[in-house]
Each structure stands twice: as C-alpha cells, then as structure tokens.
Write a protein that binds this ligand. Structure first.
Ligand code: COA
Length: 424
C-alpha cells in the first residue's frame, strides 16, 4: 500500500523536540526524511537523559523514527556544497535553529530560493517578529509566554507548566499542517514558500479559550469559574482556574477509593446540565432534581464546592474504573486519571498503533508513542530511529548520485566526519 506522502523528500535540519516531532509525522505519512546532523555530535538529544549507556536516548529515539541520518558539517565548504545538492533534490526543508543560524551558515531565504524555487522552507522559532524575535526558546518558555502558565494551576498558587509538551510538540504539529498545506499549494502555484510557526503563537492557539475568557471579563465575572461561586472577585486578567473545565460545564477532579496511597486514584467529573437528574440519582440526592437551590445550572454555581463535595463522597466509595463504568452507562461525562504506567499497559492502545514496541540495535526493545493520526489508506508503521550518520554513504550515492571519487572528496574534506563506509 502506498503511503500518503510517498514521493515527498524532506531535508530534516531539525533538532531537539519541536522540529523532530513535525518531521517524524511526515515520515510516518510516507515522506523520505533525511536528517542532517553534525558529525560526531548529532542531534543533542541523542546523548540527553541517557538510560542505557552508549545507546541513543529515548528522547531521541522516540522523536526520530522512520528517518535516515546523514552527518554533514554545514560550515565546511564541501559540506555546504552537499547541503546545496540536497536542497535541489528535496521538496521541503525543515529547521528549528535559533534565529539567524541559517543566514550565518550562508543560506538565507533568498539564496535558498535561487537554489531551488520549488523548495518549501519550514521553520520553527520561539517568537514571531517583535521584541523577542532573537531569543532562543525552549518548551517552558513558550508555555509561559503563550498564556498557558498564567492560566494553569490554582488561583492561590504559582503559575504552572503542564506536562503536555504543547510548546515543542504542539508547535511541531502546527508546522506539519503548514507544510502539507504548502505542498498542496505548490501543486497549483508551482512554487515553494516559507512556512513559519512561532512557539508562542502555537501555545496561544491552544489557549484560545483563555483569550475568550479575557474578553468576557469586560462584561462581568466568569460565572462558571469556581472562583465566582466562592464570592472571590476577578482581577483584570483570566485567572488560574484549578481543574475547572474550560467549556463552561462545571468539572472537578475528585478522589476515588484508594486515593490515600495511590496518587492517581482520581476521576474527572463533569456536572453536565442535561444529565443533572441522573447525577442526583446516582449519588443519592434525588431531591436535588427539583430543589430550586440545585435544579438549574445557575442556582448550582454558588454551591459547586458543596455539590462536588457530595459527589466526591460517592466517588470515594468506588475505584476510578468502577465510577467510570457506572457513569458512562448513564452518559455522565467523566474520565479516570490514568498514570503513564497504566497507559503503557493498555493493550487497546497497542492494537491501534498508538503505542508501539520498537526494537533498536543498541538499546533493545522500548515502548514508543506511534502516530496518533490514523489514515485508513496510509497506515503508519513505526521503524527505529537511525544511528548517527547511518545513511551518509547511501544518501550521497543513491540520493545525490555521487560517484565513488566524489564521495572520497567529501570524506577527505572532513565534511561528513568519521562515519561507517556503508550503512548496515
Ligand atoms: N554543521 C555545522 N554546524 C551546525 C550544524 C551542522 N550540521 N547543525 C547546527 N550547527 C550549528 C549552527 O550553525 C549554529 O552555529 P552558530 O551559532 O555559530 O550560527 C549552532 O550549531 C547552534 O545552533 P542553535 O540552533 O543556536 O542551537 P542551540 O543548541 O544553541 O539552541 C535552541 C537550541 C533549541 C534553543 C535553538 O535552536 C532555538 O531557539 N530554536 C528555535 C526554537 C525551538 O525550536 N525551540 C525548541 C527546541 S525543542
């Protein structure tokens, strides 16, 4: 079965997490992704958070599946020549260097356009044009500057970053969409273009509902926030709302049986208005269905602490899975707080390819997250990440069609470093 992006070749000049997330997705959809790495060093994440001595880290392997690796010193004149040749035979170049790096390397946009006018050049930067455009940016900086941290956590506590890598992986996702859109545009424009995504912008896009609330504040308090029911006045910015739901239906994380010892024995519970009567029945408060203090959503808002306290008395008598079982049958929206251990043991996620077991020649077997986007006619098969420079020779000879003597020249220039003569 051919893959959706078969025939598309990507020059992957990305590193760390944001860019590699994007190019890994494109590889899973069938693109030929050629990762360019610095000789001897490679993507810095190869050596970060290493758990198995001398093996590429999980940080690297889990973000670089299905790619080929060529080592190339792109500051070396011969290396620049090879990079130029790669630009000529690729459809897309993806990079997430610090601002100005490509220009300093001798490849500003104008030069790239001359080399290959059809090349799409996709970039991730921390910020768009403006006061911070020259800054280097990592995940948590983006979470803080994109509005996530100021709206995450409890009102009386510090701003919080989230474990979801919305700054890095979130931006990579945005970039992948930009790239396939530009590829589609090229089918009728015939030209490449620049695709840029700033990490701040991506985070802000994911925090859209908090910008919604910022504007609603001008017209009165945010009544669905617990803070309103507690009689605490609002300030001039969207506040942190604990575990309130962003959609307007009151929701909380509640203790379940075993919470005293299990840090994840909790359930997210939403008191969705259409199922209020069922909630009253299940928790044993049938009179709340008609009592004017509880029957209507507006009446409940000042009483959310009391209401959720009563619901929690019920959830604490059951495990999170028992709660889920009972509530789902009644269409009462809820979700167990699943630990990474529980998720990693969920067989149904392996059945769909969302979790995969991958074998690596140095580190052995490990679990990875597969492609969460399922195409019926282009299923993703996860292949191990490349060793550093594993495909250098193959790319020079088969993709660039260099002769043996040309490859010898490249090698003796020092541009590819010490790499195996041929891939295994
Ligand atoms: N051959 C030769 N030199 C290479 C090379 C290669 N194959 N690949 C990279 N380099 C050089 C670059 O030319 C640059 O040199 P210069 O500073 O002399 O111009 C140098 O490596 C460092 O690149 P840089 O991107 O600045 O890396 P860094 O480790 O200092 O910074 C980031 C890392 C992530 C902070 C930075 O790249 C960045 O802000 N990226 C954009 C935002 C982003 O994606 N952040 C999230 C990452 S998950």
């Amino acid at each position: 079965m051919s893959k959706a992006l078969n025939g598309v070749r990507i020059l992957d000049f990305t590193h760390v997490q944001s860019g590699p997330t994007c190019t890994q997705l494109l590889a899973w959809f069938g693109a030929d992704v050629i990762k360019v790495e610095r000789p001897g060093v490679g993507d810095i994440t190869r050596g970060q958070l290493q758990d198995v001595p001398n093996a590429d880290s999980l940080y690297f392997t889990m973000l670089n599946h299905n790619k080929r690796s060529i080592t190339l010193d792109t500051k070396n004149p011969k290396g620049k020549e090879v990079l130029t040749e790669l630009m000529k035979v690729c459809d897309v170049m993806v990079e997430n260097f610090a601002p100005g790096v490509l220009d300093r390397m001798g490849f500003p946009w104008e030069t790239i356009q001359k080399i290959n006018p059809k090349l799409i050049v996709a970039s991730i930067k921390g910020f768009g044009p403006g006061p911070f455009e020259d800054c280097k940016v990592y995940e948590n900086v983006a979470q803080c500057t994109g509005g996530s941290a100021s709206t995450t956590g409890f009102r009386d506590g510090l701003p919080l970053v989230t474990g979801a890598q919305i700054g890095d992986s979130g931006t990579g996702l945005h970039l992948a969409l930009g790239i396939v859109t530009a590829l589609y545009h090229r089918t009728h424009s015939g030209k490449g273009q620049r695709v840029t995504v700033a990490m701040q912008d991506s985070v802000l896009n994911l925090c859209r509902v908090k910008m919604r609330d910022q504007q609603r504040l001008a017209h009165g308090p945010l009544k669905e926030y617990s803070q309103f029911g507690e009689g605490i006045p609002f300030g001039d910015a969207t506040p942190r709302a604990g575990n309130d739901s962003g959609g307007g239906q009151p929701g909380r994380i509640l203790k379940c049986k075993g919470w005293e010892t299990d840090p994840n024995a909790y359930l997210y519970f939403i008191t969705q208005a259409p199922v209020w009567e069922k909630i009253c029945d299940v928790i044993g408060e049938p009179t709340w269905k008609t009592d004017p203090n509880y029957a209507k959503p507006a009446a409940r808002l000042p009483r959310l602490n009391e209401i959720f306290g009563r619901i929690e008395q019920w959830t604490m008598t059951k495990t999170k899975f028992e709660c889920m079982d009972i509530l789902n049958k009644l269409d009462i929206p809820c979700g167990p707080i699943l630990s990474m251990k529980e998720i990693s043991e969920d067989k149904s996620l392996y059945a769909t390819g969302t979790l995969v077991e991958v074998d690596h020649p140095v580190r052995g077997k490990y679990i990875s997250v597969g492609n969460p986007i399922k195409l019926s006619d282009s299923p993703a098969e996860v292949e191990r990440s490349p060793l550093l420079g594993e495909h250098t020779e193959e790319i020079l000879s088969k993709v660039l069609k260099f002769s043996a003597s040309q490859i010898g020249d490249v090698r003796s220039s020092g541009a590819i470093g010490e790499v195996p003569m041929a891939a295994e």
